[in-house]
Structure formats: structure tokens, C-alpha cells
Design a protein around this ligand. Structure first.
Ligand code: 6PG
Length: 467
């Protein structure tokens, strides 16, 4: 009898199945796509069993069954559950490892619960390579069921610098997929920040692709030790197969998306979370498409060129800018998580979430250790910048961020997320935000009332005389 089963054997499912097998557990694999089963069959041995029917797959598993569904999010997951359900026994555990919307996971969790099936919605980050060699895993659902699968998940997950597995129980219902959704919102934000710093290096500091590659590589060993620094450096130096140029100069500048970042923004708005950098990152992807469409017509392109003096240390300022902007992206993600935990009555464990993102996932970076420290000892932070380390980082690097945005403005280089990060930092501890004017206007035209800063109670002013 096999200890674990995987449904869906495209590259993620196949690699996760191989990862489970490589860690000494026996695994069965099934897919509705026969060529995918044939591809897995090449690795067949006493620990890895390809199955050609769902019945054969289910019957090959020891009870309680532990089944990972690794397929496209959305309707296919419901269809698979529908086919699977009559074949399962009470107490079996089904894990959805796709990028499912947490609302769907909440619903599926309760539907499966009615049938005595434990449903775990699990975020999986790290792409194809991570799936094979160690992804970051974010499982949520029934904690007792999680404990049953924990030995396998802990074995296959990435390990942080201290050797701890990048997996822990996130919370009930769709909490695991919620945490993955926020991970992706942060991913969109940091990717856009990197892109903007790339455009500053290119269009303000006039660096070549190869020079920029070296700069990002240097930052990867200093101010921004992050997977995204590493791959940005590699993307910049990659040569094109078709021309002798660097490939980056031939990639069309229109960003695609499957939308998990958009969901982070949607839920942030529903919660009232000020996720401004995530919002700008989502909008920047939309903007890239609209700009492209505009340029397809006869519109004359705008050309901005910065000809002014470039300070000696400008590149270092950009590095510090990226470091602080990255912190803002994380801070906004954690702020949304904090607000979600309260609104949905989930006990999210921020320290474990940070620790779980330290390796394996796309947003992994050395800074996550500082975030883990900030949330250690059960510290309750409404904002990451309340923590001493991040407050100091803000004070130290804010002049660089301001200078980068200033140079971007002079050069006509759009920096939506860097500017949003600056505005966010200038707002969070600012006692003089002008919302008093909003309240005055609301009370003026709609008698919506206001609070005062000098006495308790709700007030309304007779702003004009009725005639
Ligand atoms: C990850 C990634 C992964 C996927 C993104 C891409 O953590 O491994 O987030 O899940 O590559 O969903 O998202 P977009 O297509 O929306 O950019």
C-alpha cells in the first residue's frame, strides 16, 4: 500500500510526487491526461506507482488516505472532488495544492467535512524546481489532519538556514490558501519594485544590461539578499538565442497575470487594509497592457531623458531604496494578514509564516529572518515598522527612497510602487494626515458627523443656513 497519492501530474504534480518518493515515502500518481501518467511511469519502482484509473489510484493507498490534488485552480478542483468523493472513506485527507481562491477553499472545507473527509487547502510556492527540491508549503484546514500529513510535508519542504522545514499549520478553513494569496500579492509588489529600480538604473543612471546584472548580483550579497535579486541578475545577463543581444531587450514589456495578486488587493480593499504597494503593482501590470495598446495606434510615444548630473552614489541609493521598498511590501502583506485574522477569526501565526517563507518560495530573502524576529515571542504588531529593527531601517533608508523618487520624477520615469512605498512610510506614523478635511467635507454635504481631537462624542456642524 502506498503512503501518499498525487492527482494531476503536470510538471508541479510530477515533481512533488518525485520529491515525496525521493524522501523515502511510497507514492501513487494519477492524472486524467494519459501522457502525463506515461511520463511518470518512466520513474516507476517499488516506491512510485503510476495508476491509470482513479479507482486503481484510490485503492492503492493506505488508510487514512493522503491525497494531494495538484491541478489547475477553479472548476477542475470541484470536478475532481466530485469524482473522488464516492471512492473515499471517512477520515481520508485530501489536500488541494493549487493556487485556489480561499473562498473556494472555505466552501470545499465545509462540504468535505459533511462527508467526514478532512480537506487541507495548501499554498505551494517555488515553481517547478521548488516542487522537486523543496517548496515552501502553506497548509490550512483541520489541524489534526495536518498532523497526519506533517511528516511527509516536513520532509519534502525547503529548509531554512537553521534547517527548519518551510511548512507549518497556517490556520483553519482556507487560511493556507489565504496566506499563499498574500504571498503572491507581496510577490507582485516586490517584482514591480525590482522592475522600477531596473528602469532607474537603465534610464537615469544609464547602466548597460551587463552592468545592471552585476549590480543586482552585488545587492544579492549585501542589501537585498533575495531570490528575486538572484534571478533579476540572471535575467539581465542572459543572451538571446536569436540575436546576439541580451534577451531582456527583446522581451515585450506587457506583464501577464493569473490574478492571485489581484485577489490580495480585492481582499485588502474588503478589509480596509492600506496595501498601496500591492495595489500599484497590480495596476502596473494592467498599465503595461494599456500602454502597449495605445502605442499600437498612431500615438506619438513620450520620450523622457535625464541629462542632469548623476551623483556618484546614486546606484547605492537605489540599492537602499529597494531594500526599504521590499520591507514595505512585506509590511503591507503582514498588515493584511493581521486584519484578515481578526475579521475571519483565524489564529494566524506570523512568526511561523515568516519562517516558512525563508526558503523555497519566490519571495524568500534574508529580510524574512528579521520579520520572524519582529514577530517572535508572540509580539502583536499592527504594523511591521513598529518593530525596532524596521523602524531603524525606515529612518536610515528613507532619504534614499526619497532621492530615488525625486530622480525618477526629474527623469520622467514612472515609479508607482516606489512612490507608493514612500507615501506609505510618510503616512503610517504621521499625526497630520489631512483626513480632517475629508470629515469636514462629508459633514458639510451629508451631515455624516465627525469625531473631534479634543473631546469625546460625535459632532455635527450647521455649515450653512437654510433659506
Ligand atoms: C509561486 C508563484 C506561482 C506562480 C504565480 C504566477 O509562489 O511559486 O507565485 O504560484 O508562478 O502564481 O502568478 P502570475 O501568473 O499571476 O504572475
Amino acid at each position: 500500500m502506498q503512503q501518499f497519492g498525487v492527482i494531476g501530474l503536470s510538471v508541479m504534480g510530477k515533481n512533488l510526487a518525485l520529491n515525496v518518493r525521493n524522501h523515502g515515502f511510497s507514492v501513487s500518481g494519477y492524472s486524467i491526461d494519459k501522457p502525463e501518467i506515461d511520463a511518470l511511469a518512466k520513474y516507476e519502482d517499488d516506491k512510485l506507482k503510476p495508476c491509470y484509473t482513479l479507482e486503481e489510484f484510490v485503492n492503492s493507498l493506505e488508510k487514512p488516505r493522503k491525497i494531494l490534488i495538484q491541478i489547475m485552480a477553479g472548476a477542475p478542483v470541484d470536478e475532481t472532488l466530485h469524482k473522488l468523493l464516492p471512492l473515499l472513506d471517512k477520515g481520508d485527507i485530501v489536500i488541494d495544492g493549487g493556487n485556489s481562491n480561499y473562498h473556494d477553499t472555505n466552501r470545499r472545507y465545509h462540504e468535505m467535512e459533511k462527508h467526514g473527509i478532512h480537506f487541507i487547502g495548501m499554498g505551494v510556492s517555488g515553481g517547478e524546481e521548488g516542487a522537486l527540491n523543496g517548496p515552501a508549503l502553506m497548509p490550512g484546514g483541520d489541524e489534526e489532519a495536518y498532523k497526519e500529513v506533517a511528516p511527509i510535508l516536513e520532509a519534502i519542504a525547503a529548509k531554512n538556514k537553521e534547517g527548519k522545514s518551510c511548512v507549518s499549520y497556517m490556520g483553519p478553513e482556507g487560511a493556507g490558501h489565504y496566506v499563499k494569496m498574500v504571498h503572491n500579492g507581496i510577490e507582485y509588489a516586490i517584482m514591480q519594485e525590482f522592475s522600477e529600480v531596473y528602469s532607474l538604473l537603465r534610464d537615469v543612471a544609464h547602466k548597460s544590461d551587463d552592468e545592471m546584472s552585476e549590480i543586482f548580483d552585488k545587492w544579492n550579497h549585501s542589501v537585498v539578499q533575495a531570490y528575486l535579486s538572484e534571478i533579476t541578475s540572471k535575467v539581465l545577463k542572459q543572451k538571446d538565442d536569436l540575436t546576439s543581444d541580451n534577451i531582456i531587450d527583446h522581451i515585450l514589456n506587457v506583464a501577464s497575470y493569473k490574478g492571485t495578486g489581484n485577489w490580495t488587493l480585492e481582499d485588502g480593499v474588503a478589509l480596509g487594509a492600506p496595501v498601496t504597494v500591492i495595489a500599484e503593482a497590480v495596476m502596473a501590470r494592467f498599465m503595461s497592457k494599456q500602454t502597449h495598446l495605445a502605442l499600437e495606434s498612431d500615438i506619438k510615444p513620450t520620450e523622457f531623458k535625464y541629462e542632469g548630473e548623476i551623483p556618484e552614489d546614486l546606484v547605492d541609493e537605489f540599492g537602499k531604496t529597494l531594500q526599504l521598498a521590499q520591507a514595505v511590501a512585506y509590511a503591507q502583506g503582514f498588515q493584511e494578514l493581521t486584519m484578515a485574522a481578526k475579521a475571519y477569526n483565524w489564529d494566524l501565526r506570523y512568526k511561523s509564516i515568516a519562517q516558512g517563507w525563508e526558503a523555497g518560495c519566490i519571495i524568500r530573502s534574508a529580510m524574512l529572518k528579521d520579520i520572524e524576529n519582529a514577530y517572535s515571542n508572540g509580539k502583536k504588531l499592527t504594523n511591521l515598522f513598529e518593530d525596532g529593527y524596521f523602524r531603524k531601517l525606515m529612518e536610515d533608508n528613507l532619504p534614499s527612497l526619497r532621492k530615488s523618487v525625486e530622480f525618477a520624477t526629474k527623469a520622467g520615469v514612472p515609479t508607482p510602487t516606489l512612490s507608493a512605498a514612500l507615501n506609505y512610510l510618510e503616512s503610517i506614523f504621521n499625526p497630520k494626515l489631512p483626513a480632517n478635511m475629508i470629515q469636514g467635507q462629508r459633514d458639510y454635504f451629508g451631515a455624516h458627523t465627525y469625531l473631534r481631537n479634543d473631546r469625546k462624542g460625535t459632532f455635527h456642524t450647521e455649515w450653512y443656513e437654510e433659506k
